[in-house]
Design a protein. Structure first.
Length: 447
């Protein structure tokens, strides 16, 4: 059986593309995207993978990206992660630029996820992916009342607009603030993973202690399909939007502009040295579960660890490791003349990997001269203690840097639930450790 893999994700996990071949027809003349999306999911439920590829209309890129075996692999992986399919419980339809995205809310034994079918202006399928199904519970909303205030804001970077939230203590005053920068992949403002929402937990916990915060949807979530078709770098994925969000906080009437801190999680933490270069007025920084090694090397470590959990390596896993190592080798040898596509390079374009190589954040550690706090979970299998030790070496002798390890916390700053940390524990709904929130509060308020 395939193992569930929660990895450091790359820029955009969307199968993008798109013009249909002669025999493929768009259902209902392509005019009802919701109907087409439902029929596609029903076809996958019946495990009619050849039909899913041959009887629906795709644009030219998707025709190259998917086939019968790809659909089988996707569906088998979903069943392994989520259990057997139960039913379709609803849908949501949204427009993003020239694309229409139909999210089919699909219930499995272990939970509900969105199966997202992306359509172009000709009603051809231009993408297919899956994301967590998120809906605030009455219990969650009740928790908000009386303790804090949330204000919607829009992060604007050129033509791009991303939704955000400023969370404020529920009292009059001017407050210090923390800007929350998420990890890799198309993350929402809460860093939602199954029912867990670590950034929301932190934002609410800080507000109860008198500290404001801002969190926002990443551009690769809001404009995922468009981003997947561009030669982007970290500048477009992170830096431009972080700079815009920082300005919003700086200009807010209830925020002390001299006491704005920036917390980066995972890859967001890795990029703190680059973020420090564009936020001169920040009061300090927090690197939480930040990788020091390159993304591609980290992915190999994660695959090897997860495949080792049951003590054996089957043929399918061996093949996945070989394919991964081949992609990593291509990434290691990239230059401006390389002719690889994103599909050859673990889902991110050539420009992205070259940017990371030329601006290695680990080697830019000296750029962080303001107060800096590094947080690490001892049971984090995604960004391990080895990464933390590398940062300690990079910052050795720096008086502006503090370090803290939480022996039994995982990558989400939540309790690890077994002898060996594994992806399965992310499926259990938890809250971010109060100790982590208290340490962030102390770091912000002690200066």
């Amino acid at each position: 059986m395939k193992k569930v893999i929660i990895l450091i994700m790359l820029v955009c996990m969307i199968l993008a593309g798109c013009s249909s071949k002669g025999e493929k027809q768009v259902i209902e003349n392509g005019m009802d995207d919701v109907l087409t999306a439902n029929k596609l999911i029903e076809t996958l439920v019946k495990e009619e993978f050849k039909k899913a590829y041959t009887e629906f209309g795709y644009d030219s890129k998707m025709e190259k990206a998917v086939n019968e075996s790809v659909y089988k692999q996707i569906w088998d992986g979903l069943i392994d992660q989520q259990g057997e399919f139960v039913e379709i419980i609803g849908h949501k339809e949204v427009t993003s630029g020239e694309y229409n995205i139909v999210s089919i809310h699909t219930k499995f034994e272990k939970g509900i996820i969105n199966l997202n079918v992306v359509f172009d202006k000709n009603h051809l399928i231009a993408g297919f992916n899956f994301t967590p199904y998120t809906e605030e519970s009455e219990e969650d909303n009740e928790e908000l009342k009386g303790n804090l205030e949330e204000v919607k804001v829009t992060i604007v970077s050129g033509k791009y607009e991303m939704e955000g939230r400023i969370t404020l203590p529920n009292k009059e005053g001017v407050f210090p603030a923390v800007l929350l920068v998420p990890g890799s992949g198309p993350s929402d403002m809460n860093e939602t993973l199954y029912e867990n929402k670590p950034f929301r937990d932190i934002a609410w916990g800080l507000a109860e202690k008198g500290i404001a915060s801002l969190r926002f949807d990443k551009r690769t979530k809001t404009y995922g399909l468009e981003m997947s078709n561009l030669e982007i770098t970290v500048k477009e994925e992170y830096l431009e939007d972080v700079e815009s969000a920082f300005k919003i906080l700086s200009n807010h009437k209830n925020i002390d502009s001299k006491k704005i801190y920036i917390l980066g999680h995972s890859q967001g933490g890795n990029l703190i040295p680059r973020i420090a270069e564009i936020t001169d007025d920040a009061a300090g920084f927090i690197m939480a579960a930040a990788n020091a090694s390159s993304l591609e090397d980290l992915m190999i470590k994660q695959y090897n660890y997860i495949f080792s959990l049951d003590g054996k390596l089957d043929d399918e896993e061996k093949n996945q490791l070989v394919a991964l190592e081949e992609s990593v080798e291509k990434i290691k040898n990239l230059d401006k003349d390389s002719e690889y596509t994103a599909n050859d390079l673990l889902g991110a374009p050539k420009s992205y990997w070259i940017d990371l190589k030329e601006n290695n954040a680990y080697h830019l550690a000296d750029k962080v001269t303001k107060p800096l706090l590094l947080l690490q979970g001892g049971k984090d299998y995604q960004v391990t203690m080895d990464e933390f030790e590398l940062w300690k070496e990079a910052f050795e002798g720096k008086k502006n840097v503090q370090f803290k390890v939480y022996d039994n916390l995982n990558h989400l700053w939540m309790e690890s639930l077994g002898q060996q940390p594994s992806p399965e524990e992310y499926k259990t709904k938890q809250k971010v450790s109060e100790e982590v929130i208290e340490d962030i509060v102390h770091f912000v308020l002690s200066r």
